[in-house]
Design a protein around this ligand. Structure first.
Ligand code: JFZ
Length: 592
């Protein structure tokens, strides 16, 4: 005989779980714009915003923001949150700590910032809880060098910001500098002696401040999306393991950034300000900033346009990653209006084309195309056209799956486009005018999931650049190089160097038609170089051009491709200072 109460309870539980799943589906619908997300019961929430939202707001805000890179009337160029560091203004810790007494950001508006992230199309917000300077931007019992105890403002912005984000269906999380702490004795890069003049160890910092603060930020601000640990340096693994354990204990559904160190993160964090050129497997993110500094810098008006934001976001998602874009509020808490405008305008586009960015798969071409990039949902390809062809034709190389239909989207409706196959290329007829000022989208419906030959097709409409990282290198070396434009403003390039007379660098390309193409080489070096460029089995050209310390395009000449199809193009450096020669790309422009 069944127990009527028990069966009623079971029925109730079943109904509740069903309602929860509908709510979750609706919530996901609301978040992704369409219910393509199948929630995994086990971790329905863990990493969904990261892995399918693909776009987040980063915020660098602290005492450094009020300096805005100017100290005693002198401007220090570079990333503002490093202003106290010896490599910037070299402010002694005790002098820096006095800044807290002036911090009164009355214009910090949590609802406006959450609304900006929402309007931007971002799915969660990650804000600096404690950067390398050691100042906690939340009410910390572990250390009184914090925004409530040490400032006239006496407010904890994080509780309200977390609530404002949740109200708008946004995730929330923290950046935390776990190794570097320049004002706490024993912290990485911090004082070596404590207030009593006794030597301070890293253990002192870790046990008195770091570990308790990570406990605080993961237990006092509700559910968080992720903890963005940063710059582990040479922090021993045991410390990182303890921090990860705290996150797992308090926030089982939160992700831990790759920069926690020792491979303990849930995903890979790429170097700063870098969008990769080839697809990367697994969960990873690019972090970038709306100008060139993470924290507010008075002089930095070098804002990314809405178009640049969309191109970097779409290409990051097309490579398989998540794009986290930073704003640096001023010392008074206000958000630079130009940054906000770029975020809103690019966000308005995202709200019209959610299917291009959210819950999409990476491009089967595994690299960008000359005119734009591609994201995928099952049998649908979204061609994001950054540069609209004046010829009225869009050329898509290598797609081996049959195209059932082609449509031009305009955010509200779709218009059919004619398309044909030509020597293995898909050619789509386009109207003269692009429907969008920023990025226009063509949707291709395929008869099956896309199968693609990823060879670089040389666009008949115009220039195609093939980066050195896609070349076969013999007798030279290909590797990534990083440099700083201004301090902390990192740039990345893959280059081919250590040339020898017998070095051979080969690019495989495909042409739709036989004909002449103008060849340019993008390189840096010292003095003049003689380059030889040849189609294997065909014409070879040679020319001498000068060079400079920065990468520039140099014309080599017209090169003939004898017939349609695939060709190998070999580049040799025949003469010049081979030790300094650094090749970054080759560019082909059809000559008709
Ligand atoms: C770090 C911080 O030092 C910086 O202030 C900012 O917060 C940034 C987001 O993160 O800077 C880094 C860390 C790692 C790399 C580059 C800059 N990296 O791995 O190339």
């Amino acid at each position: 005989m069944t127990n009527p109460t028990l069966s009623a309870l079971r029925w109730l539980a079943l109904c509740l779980s069903f309602l929860v799943s509908i709510h979750a589906e609706e919530r996901m619908d609301e978040m992704w714009g369409e219910s393509t997300v199948k929630l995994r019961a086990a971790d329905a929430e863990k990493g969904q915003l990261f892995d399918k939202g693909n776009y987040a707001m980063f915020i660098h805000w602290g005492l450094y923001s009020q300096l805005a890179n100017k100290v005693d009337g002198k401007t220090y160029y570079g990333i503002g949150e490093w202003i106290m560091n010896p490599r910037m203004a070299n402010i002694p810790p005790e002098q820096y700590k006095k800044l807290a007494g002036e911090f009164n950001p009355t214009r910090f508006d949590v609802k406006a910032i959450a609304r900006l992230a929402k309007d931007a199309g971002m799915k969660y917000v990650i804000i600096t809880s404690k950067h390398h300077d050691g100042f906690a931007m939340y009410d910390s019992a572990a250390c009184d060098f914090n925004v409530v105890d040490a400032t006239p403002w006496k407010m904890d912005p994080m509780k309200e910001l977390a609530a404002a984000c949740r109200e708008l269906g946004l995730g929330f999380g923290f950046y935390y500098s776990h190794n570097q702490d320049w004002t706490f004795p024993g912290g990485g890069g911090g004082p070596k002696l404590d207030a009593e003049g006794k030597p301070a160890s890293f253990d002192d910092y870790f046990l008195k401040k770091c570990l308790p603060q990570v406990e605080e930020i993961t237990s006092q601000y509700g559910p968080i999306e992720l903890v963005w640990f940063d710059t582990p340096g040479r922090m021993p693994k045991k410390y990182a393991e303890q921090l990860v354990a705290v996150v797992r204990k308090n926030q089982p559904k939160a992700l831990v950034s790759g920069r926690v160190g020792h491979g303990l993160g849930d995903y890979q964090s790429l170097g700063d300000m870098e969008v990769p050129h080839r697809n990367i497997e697994g969960m990873w993110e690019s972090v970038d900033t709306t100008n060139d500094s993470w924290a507010y810098a008075w002089y930095d008006e070098c804002w990314k346009t809405p178009d640049e934001i969309l191109r970097r976001l779409i290409s990051c998602v097309a490579r398989g990653g998540t794009y986290m874009l930073n704003i640096g509020p001023r010392g008074d808490g206000s958000v630079p209006e130009r940054a906000a405008r770029s975020l809103r305008e690019s966000g308005a586009w995202i709200h019209r084309y959610p299917q291009v960015v959210y819950d999409t798969a990476s491009s089967p071409w595994k690299h960008a195309l000359p005119w734009g990039d591609v994201t995928v949902k099952g049998k649908r390809l979204f061609l994001s056209v950054f540069d609209w062809p004046a010829s009225g034709k869009l050329y898509l190389p290598g797609l081996e799956t049959r195209v059932v239909s082609a449509k031009l989207l305009d955010g509200k409706s779709a218009s059919e486009l004619t398309h044909e196959r030509l020597h293995g290329w898909t050619v789509v007829e386009l109207p003269a005018r692009a429907p969008e000022r920023l990025v226009s989208v063509i949707e291709l419906a395929l008869e099956a999931e896309p199968v693609v030959d990823t060879t670089f097709g040389l666009d008949p409409n115009g220039a195609t650049t093939v980066l050195a990282e896609f070349a076969e290198v013999a007798g030279a070396k290909g590797s990534k190089k990083h440099w700083m434009e201004k301090f902390g403003e990192w740039k990345t390039a893959y280059h081919i160097h250590q040339w020898k007379p017998e070095s051979s660098v080969t690019f495989e390309v495909e042409v739709l038609a036989a004909g002449d193409y103008m060849v340019d080489l993008n390189y840096a070096g010292e003095g003049r170089y003689v380059w030889s460029v040849g189609v294997v089995g065909g014409e070879r050209i040679q020319n001498q051009q000068n060079s400079s310390a920065i990468y520039q395009d140099h014309p080599i000449g017209w090169l003939r491709f004898p017939q349609p199809g695939k060709h190998k193009v070999e580049v040799k450096c025949v003469d010049g200072n081979l030790d300094s020669a650094s090749l970054r790309a080759i560019r082909f422009t059809p000559v008709f």
